[in-house]
Design a protein around this ligand. Structure first.
Ligand SMILES: Cc1cc2nc3c(=O)[nH]c(=O)nc-3n(C[C@H](O)[C@H](O)[C@H](O)COP(=O)(O)OP(=O)(O)OC[C@H]3O[C@@H](n4cnc5c(N)ncnc54)[C@H](O)[C@@H]3O)c2cc1C
Length: 424
């Protein structure tokens, strides 16, 4: 039995308490029957070496909240969770940098840096309880993307454990440290298929003086979208501008209605100028409501986590010039949840339907997105749908390049096998 022998060798590395047999854990229809929780990079490296020698496929993880994502796994024998590795190793407020273990959640990290008036301005789905390792591995971003960018902009160094039992580092601890290839960019967004991220060095931003969210509602969806376009064309520099449909805003008066939501994060004066400008743009076309911090948090979390509202969720990435055409298409179907990042050209759409219908919708929308120079990613759907339709779709010549990189890093294909583009 591969697992009892392997379990014993893993126990000898990390202790019996941190190796559990999981007969009921199912991922993409597979049972990775061992769950292991190493406590240091050295232990991760040793565990990977043992798994590789036993030819066991490893699923890197943290809190295991988004493990059925991307393309379905081809094999899964061991889930390696970094949940125990959640320390801030070094934090240097004057340099605006920190070194953290990958199992730390973004919420805990930002609570610690807030004391110094600094933050990591990322708000991906699943935050604040998402781990920094997974956010980097999936390059996950949320509504703040327009104003603050993505994990690729903030990860300046990584410590990595490789499947062949070696450890490596990329980048460093100073903000401008890249000579030659920036290897961080290779690992960030590789969905745990190249290496396990054990530590990250991130750069931080100062917390702005003011952070204000406005919710605009109107009887006319067209008016909301037009106001959004006008705002983006104006001299304002919003951190987020979203058009949404079908998303509940908790107790606010706008429950369930379509809305335009904009966030401004700058100094007091600049935020005041921009909120006034938006109010002027709204004129008599709708109502603009300034939200308090709790209401704003609720709205932005609801938007980031909108994929939880439906069984299926798709993310379209389209050129800004095509956003309107795609929104027209998507909004014509009444029962859909839509969250459109008007400034970044990302439209997330959620709906419920039978698997065959979902596959057909994905193929149709993907062909349209592709024709306009965009792409479609399946954020959430049944395993059979992700297998048939492919979570990313055809990526052309890039697929061959990525396959050859995977072969170099993981020749036996043991790290998240099948999960990423082209089933690598
Ligand atoms: C409901 C929901 C919807 C989401 N939707 C999206 C989305 O649409 N787009 C998106 O980009 N992200 C999405 N995410 C992911 C999210 O932004 C975070 O990445 C995730 O929530 C982190 O959760 P976790 O720490 O439990 O990671 P896990 O669920 O444990 O892992 C998530 C993924 O990251 C890999 N991984 C985890 N840790 C490491 C590591 N240390 N090294 C290498 N690989 C690792 C795993 O193999 C897995 O592929 C979603 C998450 C949730 C819960």
């Amino acid at each position: 039995m591969i697992n009892s022998t392997l379990a014993k060798s893993l126990e000898s590395i990390i202790g019996r308490d941190h190796v559990t047999v999981e007969p009921d854990l199912i991922l993409d229809g597979l049972n990775p029957s061992l769950l292991i929780k190493p406590g240091s990079t050295g232990e991760v490296v040793e565990c990977l070496r043992n798994c590789s020698e036993a030819d066991a496929a490893v699923v890197p993880a943290s809190f295991m909240t988004w493990l059925e994502s991307g393309n379905p796994l081809r094999r899964a024998d061991v889930v390696l969770s970094l949940e125990r590795m959640a320390r801030i190793i070094d934090y240097s407020p004057p340099d605006l940098t920190a070194v953290v273990e990958a199992g730390l959640t973004i919420g805990e990290f930002n609570a610690a840096t807030r004391v110094e008036n600094q933050w990591l301005p990322l708000d991906p789905p699943g935050s604040p309880t998402a781990s920094l390792g997974a956010i980097a591995a999936c390059a996950s971003s949320g509504p703040l993307r327009l104003g603050f960018g993505t994990p690729r902009d903030y990860v300046i160094g990584l410590r990595l454990a490789h499947i062949n039992g070696i450890e490596s580092k990329s980048g460093g601890r100073v903000v401008k440290n890249v000579a030659g290839y920036d290897m961080n960019k290779l690992y960030v967004g590789s969905h745990g298929t190249l290496a396990v991220i054990t530590e990250l060095t991130v750069k931080l931003r100062p917390v702005a003086e003011a952070d204000q969210t406005l919710l605009v509602t109107s009887a006319s969806e067209d008016s909301l979208r037009e106001i959004g376009r006008d705002l983006l064309a104006s001299e304002a520099q919003p951190a987020s501008v979203f058009f949404t449909k079908g998303i509940s805003y908790g107790d606010s008066q706008a429950e369930g209605r379509s809305g335009l939501i904009a966030r401004f994060v700058e100094n007091e004066q600049a935020v005041k100028f921009q909120t006034n400008l938006l109010t002027r743009l709204v004129k008599s076309q709708g109502d603009a409501m300034t939200l308090n911090d709790d209401e704003a948090n609720l709205i932005w979390r609801a938007i980031a986590d909108c994929d939880r509202l439906s069984e299926n969720s798709l993310r379209l990435n389209v050129p800004l010039s095509s956003t309107s055409i795609f929104l027209d298409k998507l909004l014509s179907e009444t029962d859909r949840v839509v969250a459109a990042d008007l400034g970044a050209g990302i439209i997330r759409v959620g709906f419920n339907a039978a698997d065959e219908k979902v596959i057909e919708v994905i193929r149709r929308l993907r062909a349209d997105a592709f024709a306009s120079g965009g792409s479609l990613f399946v954020e959430r759907a049944a395993t059979v749908v992700r297998r048939e339709a492919d979570a990313w779709g055809e990526v052309g010549l890039t697929g061959a390049l990525m396959r050859s990189i995977k072969e170099r890093f993981d020749p036996k294909s043991l790290l998240n096998p099948g999960r990423f583009v082209s089933g690598i």
